[in-house]
Design a protein around this ligand. Structure first.
Ligand code: ATP
Length: 832
């Protein structure tokens, strides 16, 4: 049925639903059976077989396969078989690791489920969007993702961004009252909303018409299933590094072969040298090790109650140098309570006066009560609804003879909310918002029934002073105003904010989360600047700042309205120094991110509303709070499941651990690689036969090195990660320290290995014995120096050698395999 051609009454009748109560439980059950879940048929993830085949697709495997082929041709059948076996083992290891990492990443992505507010059985419920059925009455607020295709039945200043569907990022005004002609284009159907698009302003009630694959977006399913995973900068860097190294080694190889041939060695022998170097020198395990570390890191961060949505964030976290955090809900608990109510004469409000203020707070309020008698909605409004409830005010009773005819929902730009109720032939306007705003909107003050007086400039100053005093004590303050007008056909946008009667101020306490102060101190120790951003009054923010150890002088606080007063150059100077941003508008957040990034800072920024999305996208790490809007979550790299600032600090800590571990693996594998190449090159220069054969190198790499390098991924983060400055994103992976270490490890171990080889070869002339000695030396050496790679800051003997179980196990396993190679006849034979 084309619902846009029908009236809303027809739609309700056709879908057999009730706009005030929603569907009954019985209806829902039946419709579930008939229509199924509201989700798209999922595309199958790449099959295990495909992931398996993918493992063959890399230079390392090509080289090994070529080496095996040439070995066959040269009748070195045993070698050829071992090399092929190595290919298989390597492919299996790669396959296991990649599937595990992939599974972790996919599983994590599924954790954030989308919910929808519905009216069912007469009550408001928050349900998983998959549970929606046709006929459900959904309640939509700004920032919600539209959960299914639906016909509007009520809309207040409601706008939808339909870019996901029409490709045009325009905010479309929507209206419930229209009926449209057949053939109206999708983009022009103003009385419909479509799944996957986003409510950008206002609020609405709608009846679900279509779900799952049959929705407009479901029909173009390709648009939805976009799971292309880009490589992170670090993965790209590692890949580049591997390619560079392989390139250098190829040149080296060529030089060695030509040099060898010129000095009279045989082609067959030189070929063995070439294969040995190729086998030893390609950092095949590196890229997958990085992916594994990132995936493990994501899981660790999740344990700290932060969900990394993009792999890239897991690594960027470690480099974070500024955290811009919202105050409300992240630094504070967001569980607000009304503590003081002050009337327009500046005293504690009582009786009729108190009732009037509470009534405005209750009627100009979007809070809903769900099926468990729990309030759902904005914490500020919940506080107001509770205070009214305590004073025995009941919204149903108060609105018995009223009809809500218009509403301007709260919006952080305007900092107020307004509603209009029709009462017989007149209209009641109730408005609440930031005190400065309310005083600007008001002409009179309410001092009790029949006692309404003009708002003089002196009175205004007095009330502003009270507002400042309350703010200074850390209260979140808002004010209420109202008026009654004759007539019921009004333009609310105009009348809601002029000539109001100011009723009073409400001071709300939002307690600070326990432990935030300590977390902020830790961040500061770690060289991370903290900046608090809030829509509240600057004095409220300053008081809260004081309590959490974020002491801000008057030149370290910047107000939203100052942004437009300063030039860009001035802002560039001011913003980095500012600790508290008060009364900001969402667009200021974007300016803050831009300027800080311009100064090479790595910025983490939190947000919750629709308007925060651009800043979240633009920040290096956009962090949405778990209770935030779907839009904010979509735009973010990480979601704070518990909304708590402490979780950001913990995530940064884990991020630093991830970066450390990646460096450790790089250090280990590269030291290994250089050791082997120099060992082989050295044999040639010293005029010795090849001191270690290709199959022996393969054995060392696979049996003794690959497991420990994997174990490094499980290395716990070091205790002092938060005591050092942040990593710089532009830092190369291999820093000066690491290069030095690689050189030292290579020189020392190769010196010993070459000396041993030289001695035994000259003394015994037994190549098998000599190789066995060098092989054992190389194996044992790499099992030992992995312990060096566990920390680049602390000496080996400063920490418990057994604290990483995986490492202990893989070291023992590595030793055992060395013994197997040396003493079990079958392997003695294969490995020569
Ligand atoms: P942040 O979440 O970034 O810390 P905030 O949530 O504290 O910011 P806003 O919600 O934008 O900031 O609130 C700014 C001001 O608007 C408050 O100080 C209060 O006076 C007023 N205000 C807040 N919520 C409402 C509301 N629901 N209705 C009317 N006014 C409100």
């Amino acid at each position: 049925m084309l619902y846009f051609t029908k009236t809303k009454e027809q739609a309700l009748k056709n879908l057999n639903s009730n706009p005030e109560k929603g569907l009954t439980l019985d209806q829902i059950k039946k419709r579930h059976q008939e229509f199924g879940l509201n989700k798209f048929t999922e595309k199958k993830p790449p099959s295990a077989f495909i992931i398996f085949l993918k493992q063959f697709n890399n230079i390392f495997t090509y080289i090994l396969l070529a080496a095996a082929a040439v070995s066959f041709v040269m009748r070195e059948n045993k070698d050829a078989i071992v090399i092929l076996a190595a290919v298989v083992i390597n492919v299996i290891i790669g396959f296991i690791q990649e599937s595990k990492a992939q599974n972790t990443i996919t599983a994590l992505k599924k954790i954030v489920e989308t919910t929808a507010k519905v009216l069912r059985d007469g009550q408001v419920q928050v349900i998983n969007t998959q549970q929606l059925v046709p006929g459900d009455i959904v309640l939509i607020d700004a920032g919600d993702k539209i959960p299914a295709d639906a016909r509007l039945i009520e809309a207040f200043n409601f706008q939808v961004d339909e870019a996901a569907l029409t490709g045009e990022s325009k905010h479309e005004d929507k209206e419930a009252g229209l009926t449209l002609k057949k053939g109206t284009l999708l983009a022009d159907r103003k009385n419909m909303v479509y799944m996957g698009t986003v409510a950008s302003a206002g609020k609405a009630k709608a009846i679900v018409t279509t779900i799952s694959n049959k929705t407009e977006i479901g029909k173009i399913a390709t648009l939805v299933e976009e799971t292309k995973e880009d490589k992170t900068p670090l993965q790209k860097k590692v890949k580049k590094l591997s390619i560079q190294i392989s390139f250098i080694i190829s040149i080296l190889l060529l030089v060695i072969i030509i040099g060898g041939l010129l000095t009279g060695r045989s082609l067959a022998e030189m070929f063995m040298f070439a294969v040995a170097i190729a086998v030893g020198a390609i950092p095949e395990g590196l890229l997958i090790a990085v992916t594994v570390i990132l995936a493990i890191g994501m899981r660790r961060i999740l344990k700290r109650k932060a969900l990394v949505r993009e792999l890239v964030a897991a690594e960027t976290l470690g480099s974070t140098s500024v955290i811009c955090t919202d105050k409300t809900g992240t630094i504070t608990t967001g569980q607000m309570t009304v503590k003081k109510i002050i009337n327009a004469s500046g005293h504690e409000a009582r009786d009729n006066n108190l009732e009037q203020i509470l009534k405005i707070g209750l009627l100009c309020n979007d809070v809903q009560i769900d099926n468990h008698s729990k309030f759902i909605g904005d914490p500020t409004e919940i506080a107001l609804a509770r205070a009214a409830q305590k004073a025995s005010l009941n919204k149903k009773e108060l609105t018995q003879d009223l009809k809500l005819v218009a509403e301007i929902p709260f919006d952080p730009y305007a900092k107020y909310m307004s509603v209009a109720y029709k009462e017989n032939t007149s209209t009641l306007i109730y408005t609440k918002g930031a005190t400065e705003q309310m005083l600007n909107f008001s002409k009179q003050i309410y001092l009790g029934q029949n006692n309404i007086q003009p708002l003089t400039p002196e009175k205004k100053d007095e009330l502003l002073k009270i507002n400042a005093d309350l703010s200074q004590k850390g209260y979140r303050v808002l004010s209420c105003a109202y008026k009654k007008l004759d007539g019921d056909k009004l333009d609310i946008k105009k009348v809601c904010c002029e000539n109001l009667i100011f009723a009073g101020l409400i001071a709300i306490r939002d307690p600070i989360r326990p432990g935030v102060k300590e977390a902020i101190e830790l961040c500061q120790q770690a060289g991370i600047e903290i900046k608090m951003i809030t829509g509240d009054h600057k004095l409220t923010a300053k008081a809260i700042g004081h309590d959490i150890g974020l002491e801000a002088g008057s030149d370290e606080i910047l107000e939203g309205e100052e942004f437009s007063k300063f030039s860009y150059e001035e802002l560039k100077n001011k913003i980095p120094k500012t600790k508290i941003f008060a009364r900001v508008e969402p667009k200021n957040k974007l300016q803050i991110v831009d300027i800080l990034q311009d100064q090479q800072k790595v910025v983490a920024m939190t947000g919750d509303g629709v308007n925060d999305a651009p800043a979240l996208k633009s920040a290096d790490i956009g962090i949405a709070v778990g209770s935030g809007t779907e839009v904010a979550k979509d735009a973010s790299d990480m979601v704070l499941l518990d909304n708590d600032f402490k979780s950001i600090e913990k995530a940064v800590e884990e991020g630093r651990g991830i970066f450390d571990n990646i460096r450790k693996v790089v250090l280990y594998l590269f030291s290994d690689l250089f050791q082997e190449v120099i060992l082989i090159g050295g044999s040639l220069l010293l005029g010795l036969p090849l001191l270690i054969s290709p199959v022996q190198i393969l054995w060392v790499n696979l049996a003794e090195d690959s497991l420990p390098s994997f174990a490094l991924a499980f290395e716990k983060k070091e205790k002092d990660v938060m005591k050092r400055p942040p990593f710089k994103l532009r830092d190369p992976i291999l820093n000066y320290e690491m290069k030095t270490l690689i050189v030292i490890i290579t020189i020392v171990s190769d010196f010993v290995l070459l000396a041993l080889g030289y001695y035994f070869w000259k003394k015994t002339g037994d190549l098998n014995l000599t190789r066995s000695i060098v092989f054992t030396g190389l194996a044992i050496d790499s099992l030992f120096f992995i312990y060096n790679c566990r920390s680049m800051r602390k000496a080996l003997w400063r920490f418990n050698p057994f604290s990483n179980r995986f490492l202990t196990f893989s070291t023992i396993f590595g030793f055992a395999l060395t013994l197997v190679a040396l003493y079990i006849p079958l392997f003695q034979n294969i490995l020569g």
